[in-house]
Design a protein around this ligand. Structure first.
Ligand code: ZN
Length: 278
């Protein structure tokens, strides 16, 4: 089954992961800018990272006939460093014109400090100014609900920002309702050991329905699984959910959200016309 993984940190994966994902039906990945597992010492390090995201990774993906897109940002963890953040933000606009860039992300909160909120706000304003989609990281720590609420409060201070242009990621059972009720997209990111599992994600789709929900592996340099979305598909099939419903979550939904950027080139699935309607 074809699927799109809207959150995968491919810079930290080998080409074996690209191959496995392509073999399992992945047609496109989108890669948000994030923390490298260690703090970078200067804005120049981010320049190189943004070149890696916009030039090197699309080439690696193309070798497996997968499309690769990216999001640019100062990540929430390093966003606490205001001085560095200001320098990094100055360097983002020149990459926004790259043909595979979809928006600003992942921005948001980590420890929910005042500095993080200030950097988050500046990046929301940048997305509005350059008409970019937004991908938001919510904290994995015990304060996920508070972090999600604060992100939404900031977003709602910008009436010109359309909620459907924003995906709030790392959603869980206790944050999904507030994300969806304000009109945003919700991302379920799946992890093998910690955080959200494929089983819980299927439970969530069963409770909330498939509307405005996307599923991703969020694979990175830590314990994570590049095949998390196929595992979600497998769990959906194990519970006898219709193929149509599964395709909606893993393909149609991301195409609808990401397709709001003119740079995203995956075509919507051709609707099958039944003989009676033909
Ligand atoms: Zn991430």
């Amino acid at each position: 089954m074809n699927y799109i993984d809207h959150h995968a940190h491919m810079v930290s994966r080998t080409t074996d992961d690209y191959e496995k994902m392509a073999l399992s039906g992945c047609v496109a990945v989108t890669e948000p800018a994030f923390w490298a597992g260690w703090d970078r010492s200067s804005a120049d390090g981010f320049d190189d990272y943004f070149r890696q995201l916009t030039v090197a990774e699309p080439q690696r993906a193309a070798a497996y006939r997968m499309q690769h897109y990216s999001w640019l940002a100062m990540n929430p963890k390093e966003a606490d460093n205001r001085e560095l953040s200001k320098e990094v933000l100055k360097r983002i606009p020149k990459f926004i014109g790259c043909p595979t860039v979809l928006g600003i992300g992942e921005i948001g909160l980590n420890r929910i400090t005042r500095n993080e909120v200030d950097t988050f706000r500046e990046q929301v304003e940048m997305a509005i100014q350059y008409k970019q989609l937004i991908l938001i990281h919510t904290p994995h720590l015990e304060d996920k609900k508070k972090g999600t609420r604060i992100c939404i409060e900031v977003l709602r201070q910008y009436p010109e920002l359309k909620p459907e242009n924003v995906l709030i990621d790392h959603a869980e059972e206790h944050t999904l309702e507030m994300i969806l009720e304000h009109g945003y997209w919700a991302g379920l990111t799946l992890y093998p050991m910690t955080k959200l599992s494929a089983v819980r994600a299927v439970d969530i789709v069963e409770v909330f329905g498939p509307g405005r929900i996307c599923v991703a592996g969020a694979c990175d340099w830590g314990p994570s699984d590049s095949l998390a979305v196929p595992r979600f598909i497998m769990e959906m099939k194990r519970r006898h959910h219709a193929e149509e419903l599964i395709q909606r979550v893993v393909f149609d939904n991301p195409v609808q959200f990401l397709g709001q950027s003119a740079n995203f080139k995956v075509a919507p699935r051709a609707r099958e016309v039944s003989p009676a309607m033909a």
